[in-house]
Design a protein around this ligand. Sequence first.
Ligand SMILES: [Fe+2]
Length: 244
Amino acid sequence: MATVTADLVEIARRRLTSSGVFVMSPADLNTALDVDDDAWRRFRTHWDDLAPDTYAGTLGTRRLRRYGHFRYRTDDACATLMPHHEFVQPQDSNPLYVRQDRHFEPLTARFAADPLLHMVLNLLGRIATALDTLCEWSAKVHPFRVLASADADGQPTPEGLHHDGVTLVTSLLIDRRNATGGESLVVDLDGRRLLSTTLSRPGTLLLGDDRRTLHGVSPIRPVDPAAPAQRDVLVITYAPPSPR
Ligand SMILES: [Fe+2]
């Protein structure tokens, strides 16, 4: 299994360094982590315990989230939770929140200690070192749930196409219910399209070199207008170490 995982990590590393973007299938992710679908069914219960994003709420978007900051060391592949603090978008990369600290609820203790989260952090840390040979990374964990109704689209990225101001940006689909739309678009720095895909199968992992790409996600809407639409993702970013 270790050899298979190493092969999948190497494919992701090569694709990221050559084209700047890569999508890993749910089957390959399960193989790389040596888990099955039951592990994800249990993991996604964390998304039923998120908190309102009041900043997105002022823009008319119903979004739930939490936030956790980890220090990831490459030598022992260990992710350590840092003290909780406000979230500062690195390098003023988000035009909606330039120089604005945002306060989000921390990951629950159960979420922050979840073995599957740490397996994902380890896998992504191994891939991140293809982009920069750092001994230590600042890994930021953002579980999101975006909701939509018949009279209100859900905006996964209200800022439009953007950088996260990091080295590696990743988005893992956890669940989609009654949702249409939500197309992910990745472009290069000249605006040329590198990838457009709709993360529809839970366990699909989108990775991008944030230094050479921009990304955005189109709005979601309900398939059945009588019920809400829901899109759950886990965004994890890797950047050079920072205290915040
Ligand atoms: Fe982003």
